[in-house]
Design a protein around this ligand. Structure first.
Ligand code: HEC
Length: 381
């Protein structure tokens, strides 16, 4: 709802039309058709006496997005001994320390960002944009050295989502309050409020697509568990913001539009850039497994699975966290192992995100053995 709202209002602002008899306070009109009737919307400032009794604000969409996101983040990444947050093969950090770090980063990020944009951001927006982006990309790299792959993406997402929420509640909504108060008092709005609000709302606008990608990123194991996962995320963020940019410049107001090729071409190119980057980086085989030059017997595969996987992937897992087989995957019988050979190879050899945060300490040699067994036809001899 939040992203949808933001896009609708952006689009609306860019499509306002001048009309005959337009008052000085009016910024234009737009007619829309939806659910069986026409909407006649005018964007304008109000004279002091004109304040309506009921005024609709748009802030709860953002609030519910943030609150539900934070709750999910806490449940998935902080609970169960922060098993989702910490991957010992990335960094063997104490779990309490990891949670405290994760929470502190969220607050510190807001403090730094807000302070920067309240001070130098107003006089020197370009340099501040560059510094902000470097800090953001630097943080993503740092997260990737510290947290598990999936948590790296989510930590970045929670930071970005919190900055966006801070923008709404600490900057944009106060600016709207100032507008309402100024209107009631019949004075001009203090321009610092509106300049600041405009800046922050542009930031939010560019961050929507990167944020949406992060929200679904846990489905892309090839990206999150890759050793260069930070680079993939940065490339996708640049591509996503690029698409948004060319969608933004499409409408020029008053019904005028950029030629389709002038915005659609670059928007598609931005998307292609992100996808190509993603494909190239995920092809880099940065986590090789040991080469195994002898065929591997099925008994050996069963032994590996029994020690490394079955603590979780069993009808009755012995793992203290996973009390039912994750993803419904059971590897108790020879048949179950064999039919899942491809999925096992994907997670154990290609993505190397199983065993879950390598909880059962699988070795590169064992990964090599699984690879060899699958390459030889995954036979249950
Ligand atoms: C500590 C518990 C744990 C261990 C040990 C573990 N896994 Fe998993 N596995 C999970 C969890 C949690 C998921 C679901 C999340 C995900 O897909 O990343 C999962 C998902 C999977 C999936 C995807 C299932 C699906 O279709 O959704 C495969 C395949 C898999 N594991 C294979 C393995 C193999 C092979 C091993 C042993 C080498 C292993 N796992 C060890 C916890 C574990």
């Amino acid at each position: 709802m939040w992203v949808g709202n933001s896009m609708l209002f952006n689009w609306l602002d860019r499509n306002l039309e001048k009309f005959a008899g337009q008052s000085e306070l009016s910024q234009g009109k737009i007619f829309m058709l939806h659910s069986g009737a026409f909407y006649d919307v005018e964007k304008k400032l109000l004279a002091p006496g004109e304040m309506p009794k009921i005024l609709h604000w748009f802030k709860w969409q953002n609030f519910t997005t943030w609150v539900t996101g934070i709750c999910l983040f806490v449940i998935v990444y902080y609970m169960n001994g922060a098993a989702g947050l910490v991957d010992p093969s990335v960094h063997d950090v104490d779990r309490t320390v990891a949670v405290v770090m994760s929470i502190s980063i969220i607050f510190v990020a807001w403090l730094i960002y807000d302070a920067m944009w309240k001070t130098v951001g107003e006089s020197n927006p370009r340099a501040t944009t560059v510094v902000s982006l470097l800090l953001l990309f630097g943080s993503i790299f740092a997260f990737s050295q510290f947290f598990s792959g999936k948590a790296t993406y989510m930590q970045a997402g929670v930071v970005i989502g919190t900055l966006m929420t801070g923008n709404v509640w600490m900057v944009i909504v106060p600016s709207q309050h100032e507008l309402v108060n100024a209107t009631k008092a019949g004075r001009e709005q203090d321009p610092t409020f509106s300049i600041r609000a405009k800046q922050r709302s542009i930031h939010n606008n560019y961050l929507t697509f990167p944020l949406l990608f992060i929200m679904v990123s846990n489905h892309f194991g090839a990206a999150t568990s890759h050793p260069l996962n930070w680079l993939i995320l940065i490339l996708v963020m640049i591509g996503g913001a690029g698409i948004r940019h060319f969608m933004n410049i499409r409408y020029r107001g008053n019904g005028r539009e950029l030629a389709t090729a002038a915005w659609l071409g670059p928007a598609v190119a931005s998307g292609a850039f992100a996808i190509a980057g993603l494909m190239i980086v995920t092809r880099i085989d940065a986590r090789p497994v040991d080469a195994v030059d002898m065929p591997v017997k099925f008994a050996r595969v069963q032994e590996i699975i029994a020690t490394r996987c079955v603590t979780c992937h069993s009808a009755k897992p012995s793992d203290e966290m996973f009390t039912s087989p994750p993803g419904g995957l059971r590897l108790d019988s020879p048949r179950q192992i064999q039919v899942n050979a491809k999925a096992i190879r994907l997670r154990v050899v290609d993505q190397q995100n199983m065993p879950f945060n390598n909880k059962t300490n699988m070795t590169p040699r064992e990964r090599g053995e699984i690879k060899r067994w699958v390459a030889d036809g995954a036979l249950a001899d």
